[in-house]
Structures are given as structure tokens and as C-alpha cells.
Write a protein that binds this ligand. Structure first.
Ligand SMILES: C[S@@+](CC[C@H](N)C(=O)[O-])C[C@H]1O[C@@H](n2cnc3c(N)ncnc32)[C@H](O)[C@@H]1O
Length: 333
């Protein structure tokens, strides 16, 4: 357990370690540089610290289910969710009924998202460039949406989550919070697009209204580039089994236009086997898989992801393994 917490929580480090640090020496120079652990990441007050995430993963409610793991592995038990066996309800049911635990979950996720989104945006800006509107599904308190909104002020960002989470969302930001259930529907990410198109029709009548020019850029992108309707699923799908992921992704697909009109789903999650072949990387993937198994989810390799993308009606995907053990997956209708 101690090993898991140590490796699982501190799986990503940014900026890359200075030369002479513990990661030097045996790694391929070309491998991604995000690896284990500066303890400063635990210190409250240090920028983007992971103290809140550490408090979550070491909380007794999260640790207790692991005591069932041995039994669970030896016998086929009726309920596959070990967290539910230990607490009588799933992680999300538990969070909805216990305000203190809910705060722990939301703050933990917030700290992780602040941390990872800075890296995602700086390492992979092209994934977010040109987007006109985005819905962050299961977005929690909205750290990912806020980071995107700050880096790309023209993107209209919304967060979809349960009412008890949205009730605690920060006010006074540009991000819109929507109460809903991702198993029922995902709101379409298109409001901003129509607003922009209308604006261009008025301001740029000389052209066909579909191309920005030097005087009329939108966030540095032409309107034809700026028509991406995007759904983001950050650190969400690995909480769920294949059937549930397929349902969520089907709802995401319904809320976006076809690929040629800029529709895509951006998933930030682990792709087992993508990225570094360093043994520490493999170890973290395996440990996360066990952790997710305890709360009823799993980590997936490329083939397992592909299977659920195809089942949910998507036709293509692109994996960019830039976030330590996590990858950015763009999935196209
Ligand atoms: C692991 S957290 C990830 C939060 C956020 N994406 C992040 O990375 O910080 C999963 C989120 O999904 C939300 N969630 C779980 N089931 C949901 C559902 N059926 N509909 C909407 N949100 C849900 C939870 O409330 C929680 O905020």
C-alpha cells in the first residue's frame, strides 16, 4: 500500500528533473521526462501541490477496501466492486452522502487537475487550439475547464457533474457549471460556435463569413479552424467498466458534430503500454489498475480503448502519451 501511494500519487513530475537527480543515468534520453516524486509536491503552498490528492488516497475510506482485495482475488464474489463491499455503496454514492468525504474527493481531484492540465496545455496545446466550446464531463470543481479557459480565453467551457459537486463550484469564473448525469446525456458543446459564426457574418461580410482575416482572428485561429465542438473526459473513464464507458461515450458522441465539422472527444487517462517502457512507468500503470479495480474501474491498453470507442460509434482515435503515465486520446466520430 505504501508503495502504491508513493508511486501512484507522484507519477508525474513537471518540470523535468534537473540533471543529477534520481532519474538520470539509466533512462533513454528520448523518453518522456515526467517521472517520480519531488516531495515538494506534497507541501501545501507550493505551486500545484498534490497534498489534497494524497489526503484522499490515504483516507481510511479509500484504504479499507484494500483489506478485501486478497479475498476478492481468491474467490469469485457476487459484487465486483470492492469499494461497495467495504462501504455498502459505490465511491460516488458514498461521496454524495458524506459531505466531508465529498470535499476530500473534490479537493483531491482539483489538485490533480491543476497539476496535470498545466502540463497538458503546455505540452499539447494543439489538442486544445481552435476549440470554440468544450464540455468537461464529470469535471468536478472544474480545474481542467478553468485551465483551458485561462489558456484559451475564446473557448466557452462548461462542466457537467452531480448537483452536490456543482453546488460547491467556484463562482465568478467564466466556466459554466451544469448539473446532470453523464449516463443520461451530455449537453452539446455548440453554443459558442453559433455565437462566433454570427459575429463573423456581421463583421466580415466581404468573405463568406467562414474565414477570419488578420483584422478578425478569433484567438489567433481562423473561424474555419475555430469550430471545434469538444467533449473532455479527464480522469473519468478509468473509474468505470466497459459497458458504462460505452454508455458515457455514446452520450458524448450524441453531443458533438461529425469529425469534418470539428467534433471530437478528448480523453485524459492511462493507455497501458503507451509511452515510456521504463519499469517504473509499468509499475505505476499496474498499481493504478489495481486501484481502479477497487473502485470498479480499470486501466486499459490501446486495444481495450479501441474496442469501446468502436462500440460507442467512433471511427478513429489518436493517442499522445505526453503526461507521464497518462495520455491524451483524441477520439473522432
Ligand atoms: C475522478 S473524478 C474526476 C474529476 C475531474 N474530471 C478531474 O479530473 O479533476 C470523477 C468525477 O465524475 C463525477 N461523476 C461520477 N458519476 C457521474 C455521473 N453519472 N454524471 C456526472 N458526473 C459524474 C464525480 O462527481 C467526479 O467529480
Amino acid at each position: 500500500m505504501r508503495l502504491f501511494v508513493a508511486t501512484g500519487v507522484f507519477a508525474v513530475q513537471h518540470p523535468p528533473p534537473a540533471s543529477g537527480s534520481r532519474n538520470d543515468g539509466d533512462d533513454d534520453d528520448d523518453e518522456p521526462t515526467y517521472m517520480l516524486t519531488p516531495t515538494s509536491r506534497l507541501l501545501v503552498g507550493s505551486q500545484n501541490n498534490l497534498a489534497a490528492l494524497t489526503a484522499l488516497v490515504t483516507h481510511p475510506a479509500m484504504v479499507t477496501p484494500f483489506f478485501e482485495l486478497g479475498k476478492w482475488l481468491q474467490h469469485e464474489l457476487p459484487d465486483p466492486c470492492i469499494f461497495k463491499r467495504a462501504h455498502g455503496r459505490t465511491l460516488w454514492e458514498h461521496a454524495s452522502r458524506d459531505a466531508a468525504f465529498d470535499a476530500l474527493v473534490n479537493d483531491g481531484m482539483l489538485s490533480d487537475s491543476h497539476f496535470i492540465m498545466d502540463i497538458a496545455i503546455s505540452e499539447c496545446a494543439r489538442v486544445f487550439g481552435g476549440i470554440s466550446s468544450l464540455v468537461d464531463v464529470g469535471g468536478g470543481l472544474g480545474a481542467a475547464a478553468q485551465a483551458i479557459s485561462k489558456a484559451f480565453p475564446d473557448v466557452e467551457c462548461s462542466v457537467l457533474d452531480f448537483d452536490h459537486v456543482v453546488a460547491k463550484a467556484p463562482s465568478g469564473t467564466k466556466v459554466r457549471y451544469v448539473v446532470g448525469d453523464m449516463f443520461e446525456s451530455v449537453p452539446p458543446a455548440d453554443a459558442m460556435f453559433f455565437k462566433l459564426k454570427e459575429m463573423f457574418r456581421k463583421e466580415n461580410r466581404k468573405s463568406d463569413g467562414c474565414n477570419a482575416n488578420a483584422e478578425n482572428p478569433i484567438g489567433g485561429f481562423s473561424l474555419s479552424q475555430c469550430c471545434y465542438y469538444v467533449v473532455l473526459c479527464q480522469w473519468v473513464l478509468h473509474d468505470w467498466g466497459d459497458e458504462e464507458c460505452t454508455m458515457i461515450l455514446k452520450n458524448c458522441r450524441k453531443s458533438i458534430p461529425p469529425r469534418e465539422k470539428g467534433g471530437k472527444v478528448i480523453i485524459i487517462d492511462i493507455v497501458v503500454g503507451a509511452g515510456s517502457s521504463d519499469f517504473r512507468h509499468k509499475e505505476i500503470e499496474a498499481l493504478f489498475d489495481i486501484y481502479m479495480m477497487v473502485v470498479n474501474g480499470k486501466e486499459r491498453n490501446e486495444q481495450e480503448w479501441k474496442k469501446i470507442f468502436l462500440r460507442a460509434g467512433f471511427s478513429d482515435y489518436k493517442i499522445t502519451p505526453v503526461l507521464g503515465v497518462r495520455s491524451i486520446i483524441e477520439v473522432y466520430p
